[in-house]
Design a binder for this molecule. Structure first.
Ligand code: ZN
Ligand code: ZN
Length: 268
């Protein structure tokens, strides 16, 4: 496991254009989608889990749909089977709403007929899949935690690897926050000076981004040629990914933050 993780971390660091965890997350995500639609969808246990969560979150459902729609893909069947199972469950859920009626005195609170107990928004929203119950979000968030722990362990023992990281394009803000969160849960004193270096690296990355954005803004002036402007074209896309992370990153972040510590606060 250690070698596999280390290989992937090196591979991600070599992809110098983006955050190493955005790179890894994309990899785990496509692997999950391919194996789910390709084989796991036929597994009764997996199907049951997916029914319980009422499918995948909005983001992952569309990712799967795109993947199943690729030419030569047979994953449409997996997608249809999933949707059918989820729709059967949703039919039961929605049928149970037949007992709902609005309370007369407090019109904003839904109550079951003949029952005094108000129906919480949480209970209602249970039939809408979110990052918290999505099996894909859950899997990716778990993988990310394993890899972030491995990353911290490796760079705390290997100065060369740490230098490679410092020379790389660094982390996006959501992944930087996740790494801080993981490090904060560790009792390893070795991590303290290391975290200072990671924070320094993040500051440098933001300063560099600000310079690049200023240059981009300046070059929009008519006195610059289109070639000169073209050089700065990638600035917006790169800055955006550095600030918000890859598309879907907040799903894993939400899942991770919710499954740690405060899960009892959000569960009904
Ligand atoms: Zn990232
Ligand atoms: Zn998801």
């Amino acid at each position: 496991m250690r070698d596999v993780a280390l290989n992937y971390i090196h591979e991600a660091l070599r992809d110098s254009k983006r955050c190493l965890f955005c790179y890894l997350e994309s990899k785990f995500e496509s692997r999950f989608i391919d194996s789910y639609l390709g084989e796991h969808v036929m597994d009764a246990k997996t199907r049951q889990k997916v029914i319980e969560s009422r499918g995948f979150c909005n983001y992952h459902s569309y990712k799967m749909f795109t993947s199943a729609n690729k030419p030569c893909s047979n994953d449409g069947l997996g997608m249809a089977l999933t949707l059918k199972s989820v729709a059967e469950q949703l039919l039961k859920d929605v049928k149970s709403h037949k007992n709902l009626e609005f309370a007369q005195l407090k019109p904003r609170i839904l109550r079951f007929k003949n029952k005094r107990k108000p129906l919480s928004t949480l209970k209602l929203s249970k039939i809408v899949p979110s990052a918290f119950n999505c099996p894909a979000c859950h899997h990716i968030s778990e993988m990310m935690q394993i890899y972030m722990q491995a990353f911290l362990r490796e760079i705390s023992q290997d100065e060369i690897l740490l230098k490679v990281y410092e020379e790389s394009s660094g982390m996006c803000i959501p992944h930087y926050v996740m790494v801080l969160q993981i490090a904060a849960e560790s009792f390893d004193e070795k991590l303290a000076p290391l975290m200072k270096r990671l924070v320094e690296r993040q500051i440098k990355s933001l300063e560099k981004m600000l310079t690049e954005l200023s240059t981009y803004i300046e070059k929009q002036d008519y006195q610059f040629s289109s070639e000169e402007r073209a050089k700065t074209e990638r600035t917006i896309g790169e800055s955006l990914t550095k600030i918000v992370g890859r598309q879907g990153t907040e799903q894993a972040l939400t899942n991770m933050l919710q499954t740690r510590g405060n899960a009892h606060e959000i569960e009904p």
